[in-house]
Design a protein around this ligand. Structure first.
Ligand code: HEC
Length: 108
């Protein structure tokens, strides 16, 4: 009986974690992919036109702190108005999830 309960619990936890993953991927797809591409490599029309950085590059990943990434998403880019501030459109939790999602794009 105890084992069954533990199994049920871990199953529902796994489902919850998965739902979280889906929702950040959905946010990325809905709000970021058009410019940054599905994988953050910015191989899009906008990405090429605006020379958006390839977020999968280890060098870029290393040069950014989580705070840098969070700030770019929350406040937009001071260098390029195409990168808008998302702090009024996304919750702090969603922005944190996006930072982690972008970290996951690192190659290799
Ligand atoms: C309309 C196009 C567009 C959309 C949509 C967009 N971005 Fe951007 N983003 C840009 C551009 C252009 C830059 C480059 C800014 C610069 O050069 O300073 C940028 C830069 C960034 C950077 C900083 C990269 C660097 O230069 O170090 C991050 C992080 C980022 N975007 C995340 C996001 C996230 C997360 C979303 C979705 C919530 C998003 N962007 C949606 C156009 C866009």
């Amino acid at each position: 009986m105890k084992i069954r309960l533990a199994l049920l619990l871990s199953l529902s936890l796994a489902t919850a974690a998965h739902a979280e993953e889906d929702s950040v991927a959905e946010v990325w797809t809905a709000k970021c992919k058009s410019c940054h591409g599905p994988d953050g490599r910015a191989q899009t029309q906008m990405g090429k036109k605006e020379a958006i950085v390839d977020m999968s590059q280890p060098a870029w990943q290393q040069a950014q702190t989580d705070a840098d990434i969070r700030e770019a998403i929350a406040d937009g880019s001071p260098r390029n108005k195409k990168m808008k501030a998302y702090k009024d459109k996304l919750t702090p939790q969603q922005i944190d999830a996006l930072v982690a999602y972008i970290r996951g794009m690192k190659k290799g």
